[in-house]
Design a protein around this ligand. Structure first.
Ligand SMILES: [Zn+2]
Length: 288
C-alpha cells in the first residue's frame, strides 16, 4: 500500500519513485522486512533510497515475543530480504521467515560465537557487535540487488565509521568513573556493560515481562547501598513502578530512563539514543 501510494504520487509528479535510473522501471527498491528497530535502522542506512524497509515492531511497542497480524505475515513471506535477530527473540517472526523461499538474515548467526552471551539477545546495544550486523545486512542487500553494490558498500562503510566513533565515545566516556555498577529495570545492557568494563544488575530478567520478587528487590537494595549506587534505570516501555520501589527501598535513589532501542523512538535514531544513554550512564556512575 505505501509503495503503491508513493508510486502514484511519483507518477502524478512526473518522476520516478526514488530518482533511480529509468531502467529500474516502477520498482522503488529492495523490499526489506525487519523484526524490530535496530535491524530496520541498519537496513535503512545501508540501503538508502534503494530499499523499502518495513519494521514489524511499531514505535512504542515491545519486540520480545511480538505477535504478527495476517498482513505482517504476508509481508514477511513476500519480502525480498527479511532480517530477524534469531534464537527465539521473536518466535512469530522467525516462524514466518522459516516459511519463506527468499533469503533471511539471522543476525545472531552472523556474529562471532565467542561474542555471544547465552540467552541474552541484546547484541545491538554493543556498538562493536552492531558493526557486524551492518556487514550481514550489507551482504544480503548486495545479493538481492547486485547492481547497486557500490552504493550499499559505501553506505555500510560510512555507517561502520559512525559506529566506531560511537564506540570511541563510550570508551573515553566510561574510562574514569567513580562507580561501575549499573542498575537497570530489564536486563538489556549486559553486552554494553561488558564491552566497557562495567557491571550490571537487572531488576527483572532478560525479558521485560519477568516479574521480580520481593527477595530480589531486597537483595538489590542492599547491593545498591553497599556500592553507593545513585540511580536506578528504568525504560520508556516499562512501568516505572519496579524501579521506583527499588529506588525507595535502597534509600532515596534517583530514577532515570535508559532506552534499550527495542522500538523506534521519537527522540532520534540509534546513534542519538545511544549518545543519550551514554550521557545518563556517565552521570549515574560519576564519570569524569
Ligand atoms: Zn529486551
Amino acid at each position: 500500500m505505501r509503495r503503491s501510494l508513493a508510486a502514484a504520487i511519483a507518477a502524478v509528479l512526473g518522476m520516478t519513485a526514488t530518482g533511480c535510473a529509468p531502467d529500474d522501471g516502477d520498482r522503488a527498491g529492495v523490499d526489506v522486512v525487519a523484526g524490530f528497530y535496530p535491524l530496520a535502522w541498519v537496513a535503512e542506512r545501508v540501503g538508502g533510497d534503494r530499499v523499502n524497509v518495513t519494521d514489524l515492531t511499531p514505535a512504542g511497542a515491545e519486540p520480545h515475543d511480538l505477535e504478527l497480524t495476517t498482513r505482517q505475515v504476508d509481508d514477511v513471506l513476500d519480502a525480498e530480504v527479511v532480517v530477524v535477530l534469531g534464537d527465539g527473540f521473536q518466535p512469530a517472526v522467525e516462524d514466518g521467515a522459516a516459511r519463506r523461499d527468499g533469503p533471511t538474515v539471522e543476525v545472531l548467526d552472523e556474529l562471532p560465537d565467542d561474542a555471544l552471551a547465552e540467552g541474552d539477545p541484546h547484541v545491538w546495544l554493543d556498538p562493536v557487535l552492531t558493526q557486524d550486523v551492518v556487514r550481514a545486512i550489507e551482504d544480503a542487500l548486495v545479493n538481492a540487488d547486485p547492481v547497486h553494490e557500490s552504493a550499499f558498500r559505501r553506505n555500510a562503510d560510512d555507517l561502520r565509521g559512525e559506529l566506531r566513533a560511537l564506540d570511541e565515545n563510550y570508551r573515553a566516556g566510561l574510562a574514569t568513573c567513580q562507580r561501575d555498577l549499573v542498575v537497570t529495570a530489564h536486563d538489556a545492557f549486559g553486552y554494553l556493560t561488558d564491552r566497557y568494563g562495567l557491571r550490571v544488575e537487572g531488576v527483572a530478567g532478560l525479558s521485560p515481562d519477568a516479574e521480580p520478587d520481593a527477595r530480589r528487590l531486597a537483595e538489590l537494595a542492599d547491593l545498591a547501598r553497599d556500592e553507593g549506587v545513585t540511580t536506578v534505570f528504568t525504560e520508556e516501555l516499562l512501568s516505572p513502578e519496579i524501579a521506583e520501589t527499588l529506588a525507595r527501598e535502597a534509600g532515596g535513589l534517583r530514577t532515570e530512563v535508559l532506552n534499550p532501542l527495542e522500538s523506534r523512538s521519537d527522540r532520534g535514531d540509534y546513534l542519538a539514543v545511544m549518545a543519550d544513554n551514554l550521557a545518563k550512564i556517565r552521570a549515574a556512575l560519576g564519570c569524569s
